[in-house]
Design a protein around this ligand. Sequence first.
Ligand SMILES: Cc1cc2nc3c(=O)[nH]c(=O)nc-3n(C[C@H](O)[C@H](O)[C@H](O)COP(=O)(O)OP(=O)(O)OC[C@H]3O[C@@H](n4cnc5c(N)ncnc54)[C@H](O)[C@@H]3O)c2cc1C
Length: 493
Amino acid sequence: MARTRFVGLLVLTIFLCLVAGQLRPSVAAPGGLPRDLFSLGIASRICTDRNSTAKASTDFGHMVQAAPEAVLHLATPADIAELIRFSASSPAPFPVAPLGKGHSGRGQTLAPGGVVVDMRALGRGRGAVRRRRRRAAVGRRPPRGAGARARPAVCTDYLHLTVGRTLSNAGIGGQAFRHGPQIASVHELDVITGTGEMVTCSGAKNSDLFFAVLGGLGQFGVITRARIGFEPALKRVRWVRLAYSNVANFTKDRLKRTLFEGPKSTQFFLGADITKLAGLASRFGSSTIYYIEGAMYYNEDAPALVDQLNFEPGFVFAKDVTYEQFLDHVCEEEMVLRSAGVWDVTHPWLNLFIPWSRILDFDAGVFKCIFRDANPAGLILMYPMNKDRWDDQMTTVTPTNDDVFYNVALLWLALSANDVDQLHRDNKTELAFCEKSGIEYKQYLPHRTSQDRWLRHFGVKWSRIIDLKMKYDPQAILSPGQRMFSLPVEAAS
Ligand SMILES: Cc1cc2nc3c(=O)[nH]c(=O)nc-3n(C[C@H](O)[C@H](O)[C@H](O)COP(=O)(O)OP(=O)(O)OC[C@H]3O[C@@H](n4cnc5c(N)ncnc54)[C@H](O)[C@@H]3O)c2cc1C
């Protein structure tokens, strides 16, 4: 289901090596922050030293850099409420951005001139997870192991993300075609708005805020608690990968998706498998092999393998692993990339939702044309999702028209300065190709640099977004790194 490219080069990557220093509270108001900030109860947890601000000045993408004036190391949700209330009532409000694990790609976590709030402490201590009647309150990230076997209805493929941030985007993974995105399984949230108010919301209570923050890119409030749906988890996983040389067969079978749940991995194949696959590619004169990857969960007896699908005869690869191994397999890949020195590099990722009816056009224009002679390092994921699993009341947008759309994730690693430039150019060429061909795509984890572009991204939802912003964050304090609003927020014309 995915075309994988393996990192073949070991490069010397120079990246900011930040040594955790002794955190010391500041006594003097730096830069533009009001001096009174440092007489609040939270002052001892506000750090202005360069070590702290440098750590909060970039993200996983390594493409944008801007240091905040200070970092608040959160102890309780009340700390962030106090900070936001203070900013909102200041004559010159300053920006506040919650920082999860810094896995954003384009500076979405940054708060130049303001305060970054390190949210990681919220998931620690009294247990990140409390299970009750197959629901769980989650401070930071999905649970692993321990106690009764249960799992969130939808896990992201990579588990080491914060729940607050994932819910601010959507949270997609191998189960999303069946259950929808992670935001679809949320029952209740605690949110601190841009006026510093602490609000509990759900589909029935303060519902406008509830739907606004789900997929809301951090624009309406900071999520401090989420109650999400859980399902019973089985013990083991039959994990299969089927190879295709023909994209039409691949997309046809991809829709027979009742059989499968599953994310993707580069660490799946053994050396002999790779030789066999290389033979398949050269037989068809193509460097593009597509894989459908699937997972069948079971307790005692491994399920039978797949038939009635059109993969290349003999090109079925299978493994049996524990449920935990399966869920956390992207972390294993992280370890491999880290040990090769290619984790902390620049990541010019592009994530697109492409309507089902145009996926073959996209394949022809992008994979067969733009990347015909290129072989960038990284991973490409393509998987379909059902539009009816996405609640349109939420802020996230999906392509209009088709009932099914594909997530196409181009997860590049730029191993040199040349790669960075080239991949930026490629990303622009792909978007230009979609525009020219009338492919009505939407960006996932969107990166937009002007309000005009945000308006195009959200389409008919834009005027509602402005109304909600005026209600819940009228000073445009929250998450300025999204570059969606600047002060003052103006009513939609
Ligand atoms: C290796 C890797 C794998 C990934 N895999 C997946 C995947 O399988 N599925 C998927 O859907 N996405 C995936 N992503 C994308 C991921 O959801 C985003 O990158 C997101 O930024 C998560 O990162 P984070 O938790 O570190 O949050 P950060 O990047 O630190 O988030 C900071 C920003 O998020 C918002 N935010 C953070 N916390 C909160 C909060 N509590 N309340 C409100 N807003 C908040 C704010 O806008 C803030 O500026 C992946 C990213 C990486 C790097």
